[in-house]
Design a protein. Structure first.
Length: 228
């Protein structure tokens, strides 16, 4: 893989500075007290530059949790041996990337469970899973599987969103404002892995069928795949 150039490294550094500033200010002052201008100033950039990276303060705060997760999921799937079925590879990659969180991610999750706008932004971020995952699935299925890969990747993103919606659902009744207490947070060591696996399980037959079709087509062309 080609190393990123200087321009891309600078963009990544700016994005990371904005994520860190957004989360720090939200923790210190509360998300509702943080303005885009505050985040931009703390990161050393202009509000205009900020808008090139994030559409809202909620998106920047949530990015502290979701940062590059979609790329890591795709990379984890690509790294699995071809003998591992796609359904299993994707499920384990998703579970791993959504449950291995550090201190910063836990701080952001505490904020997310307390703010409807942040929860919505967190759920919307699952759509980012589709493009990189579709590329990896298409590579496994071959050129003829590009359309199928997009459908399967979109289904994975939808399944993850459904699992997260259940995970973030308040344990008790929400108040009139829709906010819930921090005590309602279900930490990643709890039921999230099970909820993700349950949501993804119905997709396994579709992945298996796509892989069998790829094997048949490869065999017909005279290039049988070494798969079980």
């Amino acid at each position: 893989m080609t190393a990123p150039g200087l321009r891309e490294r600078k963009k990544q550094a700016t994005r990371e500075a904005l994520r860190a500033a957004a989360l720090r200010l939200a923790v210190e002052h509360g998300p509702d007290q943080v303005r885009v201008e505050d985040i931009a100033e703390a990161a050393g950039v202009s509000p205009r530059t900020y808008n090139n990276y994030f559409a809202s303060r909620e998106q920047a705060i949530v990015s502290a949790v979701t940062a590059d997760r979609e790329a890591r999921i795709a990379a984890a799937v690509a790294a699995r041996p071809e003998a591992v079925h796609l359904a299993d590879a994707i499920t384990e990659a998703v579970v791993e990337q959504y449950t291995n969180t550090g201190e910063r991610e836990h701080e952001a999750l505490l904020l997310i469970t307390n703010r409807t706008a942040l929860r919505d932004a967190f759920l919307d971020a699952t759509a980012d899973i589709e493009p990189p995952l579709a590329a990896v699935i298409a590579e496994r299925l071959g050129d003829a599987g590009a359309h199928t890969a997009r459908v399967l990747a979109a289904s994975v993103a939808a399944a993850v969103r459904i699992a997260l919606e259940g995970w973030l659902r308040p344990a008790g009744n929400a108040g009139a404002t829709g906010s819930v207490g921090a005590g309602s947070l279900v930490v990643p060591s709890g039921p999230l892995p099970d909820q993700l696996r349950t949501a993804l399980a119905p997709l396994a037959p579709a992945f298996d069928a796509a892989e069998r079709r790829t094997v048949r087509e490869s065999t017909r062309r005279g290039h049988p795949l070494d798969r079980q």
